[in-house]
Design a protein around this ligand. Sequence first.
Ligand SMILES: [Zn+2]
Ligand SMILES: [Zn+2]
Length: 301
Amino acid sequence: MLDYHVHLWPHEDKATERELTVERLSEYCEEASKRGVREIALTEHLFRFRRGREIVEGFWADEPDEALREYMAAYFDHHATADLDLYMETVDQAKAAGLPVVAGLEVDYYPGRMDRVASLLDGYPFDVLLGSIHWLGTWMFDLIDSPVQQREWDSRGIEHAWRAYGQALEELAATRTTDVLAHPDLVKVAGRRPDSGVVREVETRIAEAAATSGMAAEISSAGLLKPAREAFPSKSLLQRFSDLAVPVTTASDTHGISRIALDVRHLHDAASMAGYVSLRAFSARVGYDVELGPVPPELSK
Ligand SMILES: [Zn+2]
Ligand SMILES: [Zn+2]
């Protein structure tokens, strides 16, 4: 099994260099291995890094809603403090020490700026890049504890939000900047779903965007802990991925060590039930298959 979506810092914390040591990364690997995971991808958010902020600085400046505009500016002030070079050097040292880690990032969609994002990322030896839609413009729809963000669900409407998500995801996939669609149906995170016809329509767009762009998709246990109460993607979307031969990774989306490899058994069974016999791993941004196999012994307990 793989955990191809691992963050070092919880959102509420400032990025600290304490996590950026080979010793600390070896604890991540050890914990993952106890839970049946043989390789992890470190995929910190691009917006955690000062270099990331330089590229996307002020994309929120034209947002007419003052509360949303200021929220995004404050979000970047809080998050964008880490050093990308140090992050990459530490992952490199961990690999050289024989730890089963690969170097990744989780990259948001910045309309009109993805060329600049891509040229920044091309300068680093990444193994895998996750592509994510957490925001629709400046609306951070997945911040379920923020009244400022959640009130937008009512003013914009659920159907509108779902379709806008499908559109943004298609645009992100078409840029071919990233390798794996993270939490592919994150739009359901708050548990707000339109009628089944609209769900089907948006799921079709997501699956076709992955297939057309050649991206893989992740199966993430993070949704089980959210009001959505199911993995990302839904069973029906995972089946669509399978029907279109879209490769899959498995992921916890842990922020810090505590939830690494969370519910990996659930992810194994979801992949297997959808007809997958392999998972997609990456090295130097080239995908290759690893056998899904039976439930690893650590997981059958
Ligand atoms: Zn994410
Ligand atoms: Zn994440």
